[in-house]
Structures are given as C-alpha cells and as structure tokens.
Ligand binder design. Structure first.
Ligand code: SF4
Length: 323
C-alpha cells in the first residue's frame, strides 16, 4: 500500500448482524463467522444491520421466503402468505444506502431472503420449491444504490481467491473514497491511476488499457462524467479474479524495473521464484516479498508507488479460514 492502513484506522464495512454473533435470526440464533470476527475485525470496523429486526419483525419470528409471483419476486411469510414485507425491506435498504455510514464494503449473510446477495432459494406461489436464483430484498436495494461497492457473502470468504479479491477491493474502494473526500482533480486522478496500474493490469488487461485512455483525457471537458466512468470501469475490473498467469506477467513486468541492478545470481533467484509462483509451488507473497526487498536496495519511485506490491495488510495475505 502507498500509505499504510493499520489497526487503528479500521475501514467501515457493513455486515449482516448475525455474522457477528448477534442473536437476531428468526429462530433466536446467530451465525457467528470466525474468520470475519477474528481476522477481518482487526482491519474492518463492522457496522451491523439486521433488516428483519429493523423493520419490526422481532426475534424470534416466523420465517419468511422469496416467492416468485406474476409481478416479480416478493418476500412473504412461510406460514402466512398474506404477510408481505418486500416494500419494508426494500425501503430499509434504500434508507441505509442513503445514510452516511462511509461503508467501503459489505458482507452479507448467504441464502437469506433479506440479506442474500445471490442464489437465494425461491418458491412458487403454490409453495413448491423453485430455483436458487433470487436476491435478498434488502441486499438488492443496497447493491442497486451502490453498484460499485465491494460486496461478498460469508460462505464465499472461505475461498482464498474470492476472499483475497474482496479484501483487495475493499482497500481499493477505501483509498478511492478518501481521494473523493479530498476532492478529485485531473492531477489526483492521474496519480491514483498511476499507483493502481499494476493491480488493474493483474485483474483485467483490456480494462487497464481503457482506464489509461480515460485518464489520458482527464484534463478535458466532462471531468465529472470521466470520474464516474473511471470508478465503474476500475471496480468492475477489480472484480475479476486475477489468474496466476496474469500475476506472472505483472511480476515479470515489475522485475524489469530493477533487474539490471541485480547480480546474475539474484536475477536468477528472482526469476526462479516467479516461476515457482507460476507453477503453484509458492504463494504470491513469496516473489512479492523478494521484490520489495530488492526495491528497498535499488529504489524506483514508480515501482515503489504501486499498490500491487502490498494491496492490503500482509497479516491478511495467505491466511486460512480454518480457525
Ligand atoms: S441474515 Fe440478515 S435478516 Fe437474517 S438474521 Fe442475519 S442480519 Fe438479520
């Protein structure tokens, strides 16, 4: 990271209250998530929301579910189909989205008719189970209001690639929001993009080129629109999981900034480590650590400014979720 975020500046992230261990589920239970509470909580300041409690359903409460109707998907009571809380959940989501919580990400509880971000079970009007292709009514409202906000579900955080991707996006969004608060100028956009370049390149080469064009025209008319286009293009690009192949390309590119300064032996060691990463023998942190080491001895301002070298705190890199 260019400027190191640390444990005292935790990033605000929204979360389904039950994932923090709050007993707000329909059955009076919770869904405490160990990785979220033991690891992420050191870096994220969680802002819990339970939409079902917030709209007055109480705990415990009769369960609700997504029902496919002729006019769209509704959230209705399982035992009492006349109970329809679609509008209340949607309104509550819009209200939270409008409020100034400064959220830089959101972790939703999966499979919930209120909080589920995707693949939520749906039912027919006759009560028969349908496809798992619904979205929780509250989560939908949040995501519609903030389409570029990094969002994820707790279950998907067990996948190392999805977890790394989400954490990287949260830190990217945080830096972007800080820049927005300071007031974006063509010069500060160019500077932000310059630091972000290799990260974007690792995620999406085509977007990397399009963003370069957007920034090259930053000083021209229509700056406001350009900022919106940049934000959308960048955050969409970062959503794509960076492959081993694309990371390898970026590492080789980065190596070019200091390899001439290295002895033949150090150069061979660096290349061998990049190859070890390419073939899956070592995690990304291994070649990156050696690169940071060499860059300290042979500084290159542009290379050192790259968020790619440390996109988020090292404590969050390559850690399991087993605890
Ligand atoms: S999934 Fe959402 S609505 Fe359900 S208990 Fe958790 S926070 Fe509340």
């Amino acid at each position: 990271m260019g400027k190191k975020e640390n444990k005292t500046t935790r990033i605000p992230v929204g979360i389904s209250s039950c994932l923090l261990g709050q007993p707000v589920r329909f059955d009076g239970g919770h869904k405490y998530h160990a990785y979220v509470n033991r690891r992420l909580a050191d870096f994220f300041e969680f802002k819990p929301f339970c939409p079902e409690v917030a709209i007055g359903l109480g705990t415990p409460r009769p369960p609700i579910r997504l029902v496919k109707m002729a006019d769209g998907i509704r959230v209705r009571g399982v035992k009492d189909p006349a109970q329809d809380v679609t509008a209340k959940l949607d309104n509550y989501g819009r209200k939270i989205a409008r409020q100034e919580h400064g959220l830089c990400g959101y972790i939703f509880k999966s499979r919930s008719p209120s909080c589920g971000m995707e693949r939520v079970k749906t039912y027919g009007e006759d009560g028969m189970p349908g496809k798992s292709d619904g979205i929780g009514a509250y989560a939908r409202a949040i995501m519609q209001a903030h389409p570029n906000l990094p969002v994820e579900e707790e279950g998907r955080l067990n996948d190392p690639d999805l977890r790394d991707n989400f954490i990287e996006r949260v830190f990217t969004w945080y830096r972007w929001q800080q820049l927005n608060r300071q007031g974006l100028t063509p010069a500060s956009l160019v500077d932000f993009h310059s630091r972000q370049k290799l990260s974007v390149m690792a995620h999406n080469q085509a977007a990397y080129r399009r963003l370069g064009q957007l920034v090259a025209n930053a000083g021209k008319r229509g700056f406001e629109q350009r900022i919106m286009d940049y934000e959308e293009e960048m955050m969409t690009a970062m959503r794509r999981i960076a492959s081993r192949k694309s990371h390898t390309n970026v590492l080789q590119h980065l190596q070019g900034y200091f390899s001439r300064e290295l002895s033949a032996g150090d150069r061979a060691e660096m290349s061998a480590l990049i190859n070890d990463y390419r073939t899956g023998l070592v995690p990304l942190a291994v070649p990156l650590t050696l690169m940071r080491h060499h860059l300290r001895h042979y500084p290159n301002d542009w290379a050192l400014s790259q968020t790619y070298l440390e996109p988020y705190p090292r404590e969050l890199m390559n850690q399991g979720t087993s605890d």
